[in-house]
Design a protein around this ligand. Structure first.
Ligand code: MN
Ligand code: MN
Length: 330
């Protein structure tokens, strides 16, 4: 089927405040039907302190009704370059952490077997571990992680599987190549001066916010690109990488963070990498009374989608790819 069957609702026919709440007003689909599977993971059982990210997918869907079709920099519509649809939420029990991890990984194994690439909305950051278990089949992949936190602790409360430990587990399980991991935006008080020892000793490149500010987006992203190279790479965006003045709706806010404009520039700089999947995690609507964090998450999701399908590529020509015509006017 062509991309014409996988377009957002035409806002000239169904206004943005109407219609079902799906990611970017796309049709509900099965992974077999699409190239990019948008998936919600309403899970926050991996949260160590302030919960609420289980409500993230629904609110990001709601705010994503404001996302239009065409990226204003490239002039491209990601919906004309790939078949994209909303595959719904992974069905989970909030009372069963271990069972949920198994359900998530088998769901994402199904996405991989269907030939689709996942673009997911959490959920707390632990969801990235079972996503990787589901989609990594041919040896470890690289990772660009934009986050205030390294998430490479060993355990909390004697528990090894939570949103502060997942990248350590992913390295131990051979899902990620630590020499091809870049963490950007790391900051905040830590419980022990040795908290980053595991990451450093494993060869993970940590770019603290201070270095990021000193060097700027272009230099940092050029280094990130060279570390992951052209081998398969996963992108994980924790919304708490942003300054809480932009994104207060998250469980572990840290001041002194990225601006939304920097985040957009960073994602656009991923153009041309070999991206096997991506996620946007830790939007917690109960801490987000204005809805701004969910809107920010929805907009960054669109940026991630554009970069995954080549709608950010410098060689893209809107003139050669006129795409689908709609009566969208807002
Ligand atoms: Mn995180
Ligand atoms: Mn974080």
């Amino acid at each position: 089927m062509s991309t014409a069957d996988f377009q957002p609702l035409d806002s000239g026919r169904v206004p943005r405040f109407a219609g079902p709440s799906t990611f970017m007003r796309l049709p509900m689909v099965r992974p077999e039907q699409v190239d990019i599977a948008l998936v919600g993971i309403p899970f926050d059982s991996g949260t160590t302190n302030r919960p609420g990210a289980r409500h993230g997918p629904r609110e990001v869907r709601n705010q994503s009704s404001l996302v239009r079709r065409v990226h204003h920099v490239s002039g491209a519509s990601p919906f004309d370059l790939a078949r994209v649809g909303d595959c719904g939420d992974v069905p989970l029990s909030p009372l069963d952490l271990n069972g949920s991890l198994e359900t998530i990984s088998s769901f994402f194994a199904g996405v991989r077997q269907a030939g689709a690439k996942p673009l997911s909305v959490g959920g707390d950051h632990l969801v990235t571990l079972p996503i990787l278990r589901g989609i990594v089949a041919d040896g470890p992949v690289g990772l660009i992680q934009i986050d205030a936190h390294s998430d490479t602790y060993d355990e909390f409360f004697g528990n090894r599987y939570n949103h502060g430990t997942l990248f350590r587990r992913a390295v131990e399980e051979g899902l990620l190549d630590p020499k091809r991991i870049v963490q950007i935006g790391i900051r905040g008080s830590i419980s022990d001066a040795r908290n980053y020892d595991f990451a450093r000793e494993a060869g993970i490149r940590i770019i603290f916010i201070e270095e990021f500010v000193a060097r700027g987006v272009e230099s940092v992203m050029a280094e990130a690109r060279s570390i992951v190279g052209q081998s398969p790479t996963y992108i994980s965006f924790d919304i708490d990488a942003l300054d809480p003045s932009f994104a207060p709706g998250t469980g572990t806010p840290e001041i002194g963070g990225l601006t939304t404009r920097e985040a957009q520039q960073m994602i656009r700089a991923l153009s041309g990498l070999n991206i096997v999947g991506a996620d946007l995690v830790e939007v917690s609507p109960p801490f987000d009374p204005s809805g701004m964090t969910a809107l920010t998450g929805a907009t960054l999701l669109f940026e991630l989608l554009c970069v995954m399908v080549g709608a950010q590529a410098p060689w893209y020509s809107a003139a050669e790819n006129p795409g689908v015509t709609t009566s969208d006017s807002d």
